[in-house]
Design a protein around this ligand. Sequence first.
Ligand code: 13P
Length: 256
Amino acid sequence: MAGKVATLRIKALVAGNWKMNGLKSARKEVVALGRKLARNKAACDVLICPPATLIAGFREDARTAGVALGGQDCHMQVSGAHTGDISAAMLKDAGARYVIVGHSERRADHGESSAIVRAKAEAAHEAGLIAIICVGETRAERDAGKTLRVISSQLAGSLPLRANAKNTVIAYEPVWAIGTGLTPTTQDVAKVHKAIRARLEKRFGFDGAKMRILYGGSVKPANAAELMAVPNVNGALVGGASLKADDFYGIISAYT
Ligand code: 13P
């Protein structure tokens, strides 16, 4: 097993999470990114998760740009009396291929437990979407030396039984690194990603060895190459720096 893992090549994914940012006019960023990618093809998959209101309108430009689209959350049910919610099937219908579930902002702002996150990931799989399942410790948990315990428990609770390398991506996002300009040291990132890989392999075998593990939290063009070179980092989940094509391309370039 160890030999196989050592020679495994995992195609990286650089994903942009626009959060609650962007109006129709932001379409120009997708077009601009497409122009850059046409000149210099990315050696990774590229994904933008804009607000759900923009997915259908971005569909053609994203297709031309070679960029996939994703949602930022989905409901665990396919349809029904859930005012304001959006189902995975709806995201798929609008043009999404991926959906982020369990982002720390949803876990904190909407009280989403790992059990809810797992149900959402299952709904995503049922709809044919790739679930990007987020985990990450708070500053207090890190300071208390609980990082690996927290990550381990979030992984155990949030991953569906039938997760595999094709339908699931893990994103490690330390909560304290999100939007702060702070990042863990590359040694700390390596330690957490190695622990995540070990847990994925233990639970899913060879699929766990192939599953992509993204790092997220203050990834910028200036630090992307260093972070993306860390073992078991198979791409990035980018917030602020994904909003502008120039910055986002600067991160994607870590792989070109
Ligand atoms: P920033 O890149 O803005 O720190 O956000 C990271 C994030 O939360 C992506 O999901």
